[in-house]
Design a protein around this ligand. Structure first.
Ligand code: NAD
Ligand code: UDP
Length: 308
């Protein structure tokens, strides 16, 4: 098959492109390189099945493919808040352009949605049926509401135009090729620990997240895309939950770092807890994460130790 991956030069996108090539698909990677890097796909550029196109999903585009994975969108709070209006445009107009293309060429299309559609959740763990608790006017809204509107568009294109959609809600995912300076907690803590700099914990560190290793997530993406039983939404993530203090202590132990812990103010609307209910993924695509946090962190620490 020929597959389009928007946001293919980013963290998740580059791993997905690799995986699709290994499955013998042809891959078109479309990216404006806002948070993605050519370095992430450098090793793929000479692959005969791989093509890179520098383009912004806010502007329409044409190509002939069988499947589309729509990942284009900055994902870390630092980057999606840098130009909040552009983030909304990327989510919403990007979705419209991808869905219009899917409709015209009759391609199956998967949307990389997010656990952020649940906001600061008052249902725990989060099931797909939970409708969320998002502040529509806060600093995270450009991302959260952009992604919620994209989900709306996906389901409307499905109902109105019969587009063959898949919507996946991704929970915090980590691994090699995260950007060192994009502000996400795993990369921040590892880089700080490796450099002996203070580990910055926002708030008192009691807020929780559940961390999925990138290889597990990509496996879930491909299985979900290739099945016909459900269009989603489907949660993909690791249900093992940690406080940020526990994560910091684990990274300090694994790196043997002497970094101190520094408490900083909690950003506005920072969700207090997050943990996916993955019953749907377990039942429909027989998927659950295989990589434990310690194992995934080991590979991620090795990456940052070499690269930064
Ligand atoms: P990333 O920032 O590494 O990747 C996003 C990619 O999209 C980058 O390569 C960037 O250059 C590209 N991009 C951004 N705006 C674009 C535009 N207007 N036109 C074309 N390309 C554009 O982030 P990631 O972690 O790889 O996330 C990929 C997708 O998965 C995003 O849609 C994100 O919302 C979603 N997601 C990620 C996580 C996670 O934990 N990593 C969690 C939930 C959802
Ligand atoms: N966080 C932290 N220190 C950091 C970066 C993040 O304590 O240096 C916290 C952040 O406040 C949040 C959690 O870690 O509670 C996860 O943050 P991230 O930006 O990785 O993801 P998200 O909040 O989008 O889940």
């Amino acid at each position: 098959m020929r597959v389009l991956v928007t946001g293919g030069a980013g963290f998740l996108g580059s791993h997905l492109c690799e995986r699709l090539l290994a499955l013998k698909h042809e891959v078109i990677c479309l990216d404006n390189l806002f948070t993605g890097r050519k370095r992430n796909i450098y090793h793929l550029l000479n692959h005969p099945g791989f093509e890179f196109i520098r383009h912004d999903v806010v502007d329409p585009f044409k190509c002939e493919v069988d499947q589309i994975y729509n990942l284009a969108c900055p994902a870390s709070p630092v980057h999606y808040q840098y130009n909040a209006i552009k983030t909304v445009k990327t989510s919403v107009m990007g979705a419209i352009n991808c869905l219009g293309l899917a409709k015209r060429i009759n391609a199956r299309i998967l949307q990389a949605s997010t656990s952020e559609v649940y906001g600061d959740p008052d249902v725990h763990p989060q099931t797909e049926a939970y409708r969320g608790n998002v502040n529509p006017i806060g600093p995270r809204a450009c991302y959260d509401e952009g992604k919620r509107c994209a989900e709306t568009l996906f389901f409307d294109y499905h109902r109105q135009n019969g587009v063959d959609i898949r919507v996946v809600r991704i929970f915090n995912t980590y691994g090699p090729r995260m950007m060192a300076d994009d502000g996400r907690v795993v990369s921040n803590f590892i880089v700080q620990a490796l450099h002996g700099a203070p580990i910055t914990i926002y708030g008192d560190g009691s807020q929780t997240r559940s961390f999925c290793y990138v290889d597990d997530l990509v496996e879930g993406f491909v299985r979900f895309m290739d099945q016909k039983e459900t269009i989603g939404p489907m949660n993909l993530g690791n249900p093992r939950e940690f406080t940020m203090l526990e994560l910091a202590e684990l990274i300090l132990k694994m790196t043997g770092s002497k970094s101190s812990i520094q408490f900083r103010p909690l950003p506005q609307d920072d969700p207090k807890q997050r943990k996916p209910d993955i019953s749907v993924a377990k039942e429909v695509i027989r998927w659950e994460p295989a990589v434990e946090l310690e194992e995934g962190l080991e590979k991620t620490i090795a990456y940052f130790a070499k690269e930064y």
